[in-house]
Design a protein around this ligand. Structure first.
Ligand code: ATP
Length: 562
């Protein structure tokens, strides 16, 4: 995931690297200039040279500050783009999994994904900020020390290697503990939010003690996990303290001997101490904090985000054929919303022929929308099966955009964006000519023209009336490649004449059209009508049902009066 963003921002990363070298520049010359200022200037009685050399150092520090300032912009480009990529991936994958039967997706999945992504953004920003200068600074310190005091440089290399070795060998255990801590925190927050949301029920059924006990278990588990992390942190801090201070201790202990024997001048001694105190120790600390702590936290969080960004599995292997003939069949379908709930559909058999215009009617709550969801594969029957072109609908290709069935619900969803983006939502490859054709067919051309054509904007969808929103979604469905279109009261806010025009337009394309009727006029122009009642279906033409079914005759009468 990170690699993809990094590839796109190669230039920004190179700019970041370049400015970071400049930012770390003062580290390279700090010890050397201090040593020269002392030996050739102040101790040699040449105050002007000493002061000039210190001024040079100050100049380099200002240049380093300029490098730090310039590095901010490329850093922000990379990090913000990374956040956008991560959020897009996780939300998209969560939504796609949401329409797959058997996948458990709720608001917490998206919330968890976005929360983790936000933390990741901050951590990666810190990682890049510290890492980019620390690595160069470390190299520069060692180089400076080799120039001034090679023996101290070797001790520094050894102690740095020791720190790296110890941290690397404990990295796995550390990562495991951080992950356990994160999981414990997630579990605690899930239990707490479930308990708090159902607080009234918990009190009503006298389960307060039980809920407290359950919560206490998760609180203890979280506390244990945090304690285990704390113990590892303590060990790592000790190693770091030893590794960072050892070279300085060696320098100070050997200083009298080294200076008196002429191995080091006083200036070189002070220069080496400047490198060690001013750079090596802080750099090692920063590196350990960043690579050891932040780096590992990033690894753990990325693994979690990757779980959220998991796309649903492709169709099951038994799903052969494209399902693209437009024939929908329900065989012995039973459906209920819960194991103890009443059946909404009870042993329903129904074949919808390719290119047929079928209208579904029935009393409120009879299960018309449920039938629409089953045809679209959004729900799975407990018994029997729903097939499309002979293939179980739940086994069809569910990659976005859905290619086989398009279901338009009553609530039309229009988002902020261009008119084109809204219309091409179910077929991003649609050409302008195809979209214009779809607009003309369903009668949305005036609306699109009034918004400034395909390039026009819909900045706040609330400006559109419900009918206008339904027109937008009708164009979407028309422009989609699906061979079966299900309109679940998707034209209820349109004038009857506009509704007829839209339905006729779909029927004229030769696709299978299933309309959950809002008005009796839809049933009157259908090839066949399905009357849904008490979990069963009666099927026939409008005239047949009118004479054979008293319930249908009642519904027609009710509609006519209305
Ligand atoms: N997600 C759900 N969970 C539990 N029960 C549901 C769910 N969705 C619908 N129901 C119930 O299932 C029954 C059928 O609902 P459905 O929406 O399919 O009926 P409908 O014929 O489309 O109704 P209407 O004409 O009022 O839109 C209703 O009793 C409804 O309350």
């Amino acid at each position: 995931m990170l690699g993809e963003t990094a590839r796109r921002h190669r230039r920004d990363l190179l700019r970041l690297l370049g400015w970071s070298v400049l930012e770390a520049g003062p580290t390279l010359v700090s010890g050397a200039l201090v040593a020269a200022a002392l030996d050739r200037g102040f101790l040699a009685g040449d105050f002007a040279t000493g002061a000039l050399l210190l001024c040079c150092y100050a100049g380099v520090v200002v240049l380093g500050g300029f490098g730090a300032r310039q590095a901010v912009q490329p850093l922000a480009e990379v990090v913000e783009s990374l956040r956008f990529d991560l959020v897009s991936r996780t939300v998209r994958a969560t939504l796609l999994r949401g329409v797959v039967p058997g996948e458990r997706v709720d608001g917490r999945s998206v919330e968890g994904a976005t929360k983790h992504t936000e933390v990741l953004r901050m951590l990666i920003s810190q990682l890049l900020t510290v890492l980019r200068t620390s690595v160069f600074s470390l190299v520069f310190v060692i180089a400076g020390l080799f120039w001034l005091a090679p023996a101290v440089a070797w001790v520094s290399v050894g102690s740095t290697a020791l720190v790296v070795l110890v941290l690397a060998s404990t990295a796995r255990g550390w990562q495991r503990r951080v992950r356990d801590g994160l999981l414990a925190e997630e579990k605690l927050s899930a239990t707490a939010s479930t308990t708090l949301l159902g607080l009234r029920d918990v009190v009503a059924v006298g389960a307060a003690e039980r809920a407290t006990r359950d919560l206490a278990v998760d609180v203890d588990a979280h506390a244990d996990a945090v304690n285990r992390i704390g113990r590892v942190v303590a060990g790592r801090v000790a190693v770091l303290a030893l590794g960072g201070r050892l070279p300085l201790a060696v320098l100070l202990l050997t200083a009298p001997q080294a200076v008196s024997s002429g191995v080091l001048t006083p200036g070189e001694l002070l220069g080496a101490a400047t490198y060690l105190i001013g750079s090596l120790d802080p750099v090692l600390r920063a590196l350990v904090r960043v690579v050891g702590d932040i780096g590992l936290q990033i690894g753990v969080l990325l693994a979690r985000v990757q779980e959220y960004a998991r796309l649903p599995a492709d169709p099951e292997p038994q799903a052969t054929g494209s399902g693209a003939t437009g024939e929908v069949a329900l065989r012995g379908v039973d459906f209920a919303y819960g194991p103890a709930s009443e059946k909404i559909l009870d042993g329903v058999d129904l074949t919808i022929r390719p290119g047929e215009r079928l209208v579904v009617v029935g009393p409120s709550g009879a299960g018309k929308s449920t039938l629409a969801n089953l045809i679209a594969g959004l729900d799975t029957p407990q018994r029997g099966e729903v097939t499309l072109g002979g293939v179980p609908v739940t086994g069809l290709d569910r990659r976005w955009p859905r290619r086989s069935v398009t279901l338009l619900p009553q609530e039309a969803y229009v988002f902020s964006g261009s008119v084109r983006e809204n219309l091409a939502y179910l077929n991003p490859d649609a050409t302008d000519a195809e979209l214009e054709l779809a607009c003309a067919a369903v009668g949305a051309d005036e609306l699109v023209a009034s918004r400034g054509g395909l390039d026009g904007r819909i900045d706040s969808p609330g400006e559109l009336s419900e009918g206008q929103k339904q027109l937008v979604t009708l164009v979407r469905a028309y422009a989609s490649p699906a061979e079966v279109v299900v309109l679940d009261e998707a034209t209820c806010h349109l004038h009857p004449e506009r509704e007829r025009r839209a339905e006729d337009a779909f029927a004229a394309t030769g696709r299978t059209l299933v309309v959950i009727a809002h008005r009796i006029s839809s049933a009157m122009r259908a090839d066949r009508v399905v009357l849904l009642h008490g979990g069963a279906v009666d099927v026939g033409t409008h005239l047949e049902l009118r004479t054979s079914s008293p319930l249908y005759a009642d519904l027609v009468g009710y509609w006519n009066e209305a």
